[in-house]
Design a protein around this ligand. Sequence first.
Ligand SMILES: *Cc1c(COP(=O)(O)O)cnc(C)c1O
Length: 454
Amino acid sequence: MKTIIEPFRIKSVEPIRMTTRAERETKLKLAHYNLFGLASDDVLIDLLTDSGTGAMSAEQWAAIMRGDESYAGSPSFARFEAAVQNLMPFKHIIPTHQGRAAEAILFGLLGGAGKRIPSNTHFDTTRGNIEASGALAFDLNIGEGRDSQSMHPFKGNMDLEKLAAFLQEHGDNVPCVMLTITNNAGGGQPVSLENIRAVAALARAHGHPFIIDGCRFAENAWFIKQREPGQENSAITDIVRECFAVADGMTMSAKKDAFGNIGGWLALNDDDLAEAARVRLIQTEGFVTYGGLAGRDLEAIAQGLSEIIDEDYLRYRIGTNQYIIDRLDLLGVPVVKPAGGHAVFIDARAWLPHIDPLQYPAQALANRLYEISGIRGVEIGSLMFGRQPDGSEKPAAMELVRLAIPRRTYTQSHADYLIEAFEMLKAEKDSLRGLKVVKEPRLMRHFTCRLAPL
Ligand SMILES: *Cc1c(COP(=O)(O)O)cnc(C)c1O
């Protein structure tokens, strides 16, 4: 059969509310043209993020009832720890309430003034936690990773030559080497097993721990199976184990590839580092067997980990992205290719060349998409990155609209509705105008700033 179906049926539904275009225009105006300001029940299909927005399975809800809320030594922790170690064979598994908490603990220990930490591309909270410690974060992604039309199969790869030169130059000040799989900030593009092993070998040769930011490890393993020569017959579980076998630790957001609505962990092999991390965990998150989570959350994550590696799920998951990208491509909408793991990216600078980057073409596009269809995406461009520390403004490298796909939440007809919305956008796009910022906070303005149409 060629048709890829949703590999689940629906036991419990969550109604979504239809609104009219006129209503949505009013709502957007009241939100000062910032999609973060909308109430989510005024959104029909919410593609703002894939983080914590997935649907849990019947087995996860059942596991939640088994959650044991003991402060210390909960059997829910034992199940969580075993589920993680089944895939990622690290010695110490330290639960946290989110991925960023794992980062804060890790870089609180490894960071500090003068330290330099390389990765393919650091996710924003990772960079934030590194910089908050006084250290510097460096992105050494291969050049193809920044070219929206390059068809390189592993655009998330680390540039090994750059990494080798970096370690040569800064060796003494590098506390660890990181690698993000898939490369979220670089469009959810995968990293090959060969590249993971090569980065691990370089880190080891220079005596630095190698830490994987593994938020989308299952999607990355699926791409390895599909695209990496010699891996087509490997089981996803084995690919996952191979990826983590060469690492010394990992940070994880269970809101991504663990089907959790909340949660994360830090995993380490080094006994001393783990002991220091647990001290910080107790200070900031909670005791070592719950780390800021309820016992029931640990159960949901443990069960989720056994479901995320299912090949039927991954085929459907990546197939959804591919389906949307192929059809948008046919419509002539410039999309980032090839399909990444968790989101579809529209190149607004290419599609709306009449709008100056500093008049936020991707925001204008995301806003009109909401007005037309009730679908919410997010701008990743000059509104998000344009404001410089010295107060000046400069265009971002790209002007993208990201449509992140929550896990197991929407169906094919939602995808078809999205594609139809782009047909309408195509007819209207030349009439779109840019925006100006009328009020903004000092930092991370895109979340709360107010805009007005020009
Ligand atoms: C989401 C994410 C994080 C942070 O995780 P939170 O659970 O949101 O704190 C870190 N790295 C990557 C690659 C992510 O996608």
